[in-house]
Design a protein around this ligand. Sequence first.
Ligand SMILES: Cc1cc2nc3c(=O)[nH]c(=O)nc-3n(C[C@H](O)[C@H](O)[C@H](O)COP(=O)(O)OP(=O)(O)OC[C@H]3O[C@@H](n4cnc5c(N)ncnc54)[C@H](O)[C@@H]3O)c2cc1C
Length: 503
Amino acid sequence: MIIDDQHYDVIIVGTGAGGGTLARKLAPSGKRILLLERGDAMPLDEQNISDVDIFQKQRYHAPEQWYDEDGEPFTPQAKYTIGGNTKIYGAALQRMREKDFETVAHQDGISPEWCLKYADFEPYYAEAEALYQVHGQSGADPTEPSRSGEYPYPAVAHDPTIQPVVEGIAKQGCHPYPLPMSLSLREDDPTGDAEVFGVNPALDFGNVALKTSVKVTGILTNPTGTVAKAVQAEVNGQPYIFMADIIVLACGAINSAVLLLQSANEKHPTGLANGSDQVGRNLMKLTMSSVVEVTAQPNSGKFPRSVGINDYYWGDGQFNYPMGHIQNMGGVLQDAIFAESPPVLSLITKFMPNFGLKQLATRSIAWWAMTEVLPDPKNRVEVKNGKLYVSYTTNNAEAHDRLVYRWLDVLKAVEKDSSLFSRSGMHPRGEVPLPVMANQCGTCRMGTDPATSVLDIHCRAHELDNLYVVDSSFFPSSSSVGPALTVIANALRVGDHLLERLG
Ligand SMILES: Cc1cc2nc3c(=O)[nH]c(=O)nc-3n(C[C@H](O)[C@H](O)[C@H](O)COP(=O)(O)OP(=O)(O)OC[C@H]3O[C@@H](n4cnc5c(N)ncnc54)[C@H](O)[C@@H]3O)c2cc1C
């Protein structure tokens, strides 16, 4: 066992949306901050240049196996690297709606109220949008929450492939709006992420250090179990110990829960900070279906995501429950997540056997339909005999199906009016499978009652004085938009609390 000879004010484990952002926020304080990251830097060409090979190679999958509730192994889609999953994300950074923070009745049950409200998050959403250079346009989305100011950068124009489709959608009575996007404005690395906007600028301050290829394996406490004293880690196969006054987990919702469960000790026999038995439970990941349109003419396959539709977010005249959000997928040669929709590929190759992957990539416009899932304690992460198990059954399925059918009706109407699309009438579609953990959240939920939640309003573990979790674990409900902006805003919010605490 090697004991690191430094003592830090703060150790942050994980450098993704939560950890990378928190490091940036704390950096100017001058406090000694150590970032520990199990991955390494991701080469630039892997980040931004996708090709049809992503369909064949499981390129963005973690080099490890997890197990489903039947004990079947699977390889999770996750990236362990500086910047975490933001290195491969779609960079669509959206605020949750005001009502998403309240109790909302869904067709399948209740989406619970948050103990903090939109007004508590609004200043941090604004700070997050400024930090991540979000390009957007207010006033176009009918469900848009109130804002204290305009987006820091104007929305980017739609690609010529998408522009006429957006106009067609508007003609059908929908209100397409420019999707808020984090853009670095760099040609070689166009999307903004937690490395570019969090880790790198934090490291410019001499008081912040980063150690990569450090896999944290546990947290050690004082004998009474009230204070986290150190993190245990593996570095090149060697056990290491790092010590700090404040320890922050930001490993992503699944891995942070795993760390807490793995750190069980005499005072915390079922896992650290798990007196409520809620650690690892209430795992949520947006239900997502991809819907593909086949175009008559080829396109570049490399256009960005740029349009969102929220006309069905809270329901419509025929269905009085929330259905969710629609956004375009970037061109297939650009948008890594498309690789996660094998049902789409198998469908299209079945019906169009001569339609190769390259043609598919350049003759399609694809959409995501995204629906909130409700927290369910049975959807959980567990560690048994050193193996990571994920039990997960989706819910709110009818609302999602209705969203997909509503969207198909809109697309068909647009296509009828346009010569841009093939007359095949086909719309291959598929729901993302279990290994796609892209939007995981909720495994250490925030609340005021230690009996039913893991973290308090500052995302500090109820049971430990100096242990925080600032990744997507804290979400009490998922909403129907991607979680990243809320993770970033929350890290900035917790950062303010830590700055005050550190003095
Ligand atoms: C393909 C894809 C597309 C997406 N698109 C969008 C989008 O357009 N909009 C949106 O809002 N969201 C999107 N998301 C989701 C978004 O990326 C996540 O919500 C966000 O990154 C979560 O932040 P986090 O801090 O919780 O975790 P992460 O960003 O995943 O960071 C976790 C970090 O912890 C590290 N780590 C894990 N375990 C350990 C350990 N034991 N020791 C040390 N380090 C560890 C990881 O390597 C990683 O760096 C997408 C995700 C994917 C995968």
